[in-house]
Design a protein around this ligand. Structure first.
Ligand SMILES: [Mg+2]
Length: 216
């Protein structure tokens, strides 16, 4: 039987919309829907975060209530996390988003802790400061691909889920790819096979079928 490992993006993949973009649009530092497509994966991310998140000033309470007003987690996510835990399927989130919005969203859904690689954000009176201790020496798209490769090298059948340009390198590495939105467009253009997904029900069905097919 195949040993699966699941690596997933967060913004626009676990949630119905990109929370980072929603926040920047809310605070007026970004025009809706544009910059995510223009994001240069090889640019110094500090510049990008300073430009869009740097000017955001809010108390933690205000910040979290704004996040939660935008965050809708896609159907089946909680069941998927629990299924992975029950079946000892490695499951991790690899994101270019900030811990200060990802963690409150996961907490609100009472999810068991899952490994999370992301950008660290700190709310200060002068704005949001960011740091990159999880992937200090590598571009985000290459880091995502590296996490997929890590499990492939250990003999896992890797499942990757993503929605954006920064997911493309990981998408190329994954054994099974679930793509949506702009990543699906990019995969069409680059002839990378994928399964289109709106939520996690398709992946759950696939996993359940492979786990019940074991002979007694
Ligand atoms: Mg995304």
């Amino acid at each position: 039987m195949k040993k699966f490992a699941i690596i997933t993006d967060f913004d626009g993949t676990i949630t119905t919309r990109d929370i980072g973009n929603a926040l920047c649009t809310h605070f007026g530092t970004m025009k809706a829907g544009k910059e995510i497509k223009d994001y240069d994966t090889k640019e110094d991310p500090t510049l990008w975060f300073d430009r869009f998140f740097g000017p955001i000033k809010a108390s933690r309470e205000e910040f979290e209530s704004i996040i939660l007003s935008y965050a809708i987690v896609k159907k089946g996510f909680e069941e998927l996390v629990n299924f992975a835990r029950e079946h000892k399927i490695p499951f991790e989130i690899v994101s270019g988003g900030l811990d200060i919005y990802i963690k409150p969203i996961l907490k609100k859904h009472n999810l068991p802790p899952v490994p999370l690689y992301c950008v660290r954000g700190t709310l200060t009176p002068k704005g949001i400061k960011t740091a990159f201790p999880d992937y200090p020496e590598i571009a985000l798209d290459d880091f995502k691909a590296q996490r997929v490769k890590y499990y492939k090298d250990k003999g896992y059948t890797t499942i990757f889920l993503g929605d954006g340009l920064v997911d493309l390198e990981a998408a190329k590495q994954a054994d099974i790819l679930f793509a949506t939105a702009y990543l699906a467009e990019l995969c069409d253009r680059n002839k990378i096979p994928y399964k289109e997904f709106k939520d996690f029900t398709k992946l759950l069905k696939m996993l359940k079928e492979s786990y019940v097919s074991l002979p007694a």
